[in-house]
Design a protein around this ligand. Structure first.
Ligand code: AMP
Length: 416
């Protein structure tokens, strides 16, 4: 199989590792990719937002499967263009990707499908936002309606800060605060059949103890030793299948990766958000444990044959990833700083590039993801932090508490 993968972050490095390890893959091209993937794939430059350019590269590389990593090309209709050319593509068409591209659309689908989620109001001006805030109790949750790279959400007890965010964004969704531990559940689907991957947890806030602003994600682990038995089946029944059915009913089936972000509340699991692609950095830990060949799985979803796919196989044990971020992240990340110690197995590149003299330098906020597996969560955690200790990047920062509460048995589900 010839595979073309779009994207250049940590998620795509993890996807590239999985695709390259699939014996069915004869040729792997990544556009634009990053230096971490240079030894396992051919890297090409393409504008991932340009449907015609992506189709051109897919034809040139005789791709049997195109895998779209990030959300922006999906929302821009790149999957539609590849599909129209008759090439199998893993990633939903633009109309279905609106599940991620518009928080208001996602709420509309959830309401129509009877999916448990936070009560929400869509507001388009400050007066509407002010009235909506008064209909909720703090903490307030204000979400930019459009794509914001995981940073469009403000959760705050400060009404003035909530209102300021609404003013800056314009169109927002204001919703009820959901109390309870969060779970990221990835579901591979062809629009009808759905195969769940292992549940994972990520860490959105920049600071230890979940403090500071939201980021794209500072670390993750899988599986969740504290998850109630039956959680995945419950979410498939209450969330995934009704959502897929609603999108089929509208004539825009969702094929690709449905990311369900949940809070486990006292009233059961409720949806915090949908994404239309693999989550970053949860992908790094989930795929580290997947034994089933990845390209075959994604190809089955892309070609509507997932119902015939064998059950997924998983490695025993756990996986942990810790993000090393550049100075200034998430506000104004420093770039261009030399990185050393990033050439070891388990170091997934997220924001790196090669300088003209060949040195590896930082090129984004989240720079590398130190990813390790272990016999249990504690062992995986120790191994991931040992990898972090070997990386040198001036001014970098990382959270020291990734997976710590889970290892210590400190995660509580309200009402249990
Ligand atoms: P989102 O981009 O919708 O995933 O939101 C980013 C983060 O904000 C989530 O991972 C949660 O930590 C937090 N968040 C979003 N919506 C809510 C909510 N309704 N209640 C509590 N926390 C939320």
């Amino acid at each position: 199989m010839h595979v073309l993968l779009l994207g250049g972050g940590g998620r795509e490095h993890a996807l590239a590792l999985g695709l390259a390890a699939d014996p069915a893959v004869e040729q792997l091209t990544v556009a634009p990719g990053n230096p971490g993937m240079a030894s396992i794939a051919e890297l090409r430059s393409v504008d991932p937002m340009d449907p015609a350019a992506v189709v051109g590269l897919a034809v040139e590389t005789a791709a049997d499967l195109v895998v779209i990593g990030p959300e922006a090309p999906l929302v821009a209709g790149v999957a539609d263009a590849v599909r129209a050319k008759g090439i199998a593509v893993f990633g939903p068409v633009a109309e279905a990707a609106r599940l991620e591209g518009s928080k208001a659309f996602a709420k509309e689908i959830m309401t129509a499908a009877g999916v448990p989620t936070a009560r929400a109001v869509t507001c388009t001006d400050e007066a509407g936002a002010a009235a909506a805030l008064d209909s909720f109790t703090p903490p307030y949750v204000v979400k930019n309606d459009g794509l914001a790279a995981g940073k469009g959400v403000v959760v705050t007890g400060d009404r003035a800060a909530a209102l300021a965010h609404a003013r800056e964004c314009g169109r927002v969704v204001i919703e009820e605060y959901l109390a309870g531990p969060e779970v990221s559940l990835f579901v591979v689907t062809d629009g009808e059949a759905a195969l769940p991957l292992l549940p994972a947890q990520d860490f959105k806030r920049v600071g230890e103890g979940d403090t500071g602003p939201n980021t794209g994600g500072m670390g993750a682990y899988a599986p969740l030793p504290w998850a109630p038995p039956g959680l995945v089946d419950e979410v498939l029944t209450s969330v995934v299948h009704p959502t897929l059915a609603e999108l089929r009913r509208r004539g825009t089936p969702f094929a690709g990766l449905l990311y369900v972000g949940l809070a486990l509340t006292a009233d059961g699991p409720k949806v915090i958000e949908f994404n239309a692609r693999f989550g970053d950095p949860e992908t790094q830990v989930v795929l580290a444990l997947l034994e089933t060949p990845l390209a075959g799985l994604l190809h089955a979803a892309a070609t509507g044959t997932l119902a015939a796919h064998p059950p997924l196989r998983w490695r025993d044990g756990s996986a942990v990833t810790v993000v090393v971020a550049s100075a200034g992240y998430p506000d104004t990340p420093c770039t261009g700083d030399v990185i050393t110690g990033a050439d070891r197995p388990g170091i997934i590149h997220a924001g790196t590039t090669r300088r003209s003299d060949g040195e590896l330098v930082s090129a984004g906020g989240r720079v590398i993801c130190a990813t390790a597996t272990g016999a249990d969560l504690a062992a995986a955690r120790d191994a991931a932090y040992a990898l972090v200790d070997g990386v040198r990047l001036d001014g970098s920062h990382h959270r020291r508490d990734i997976a710590a509460a889970a290892v210590d048995g400190r995660i509580e589900i309200p009402g249990r």
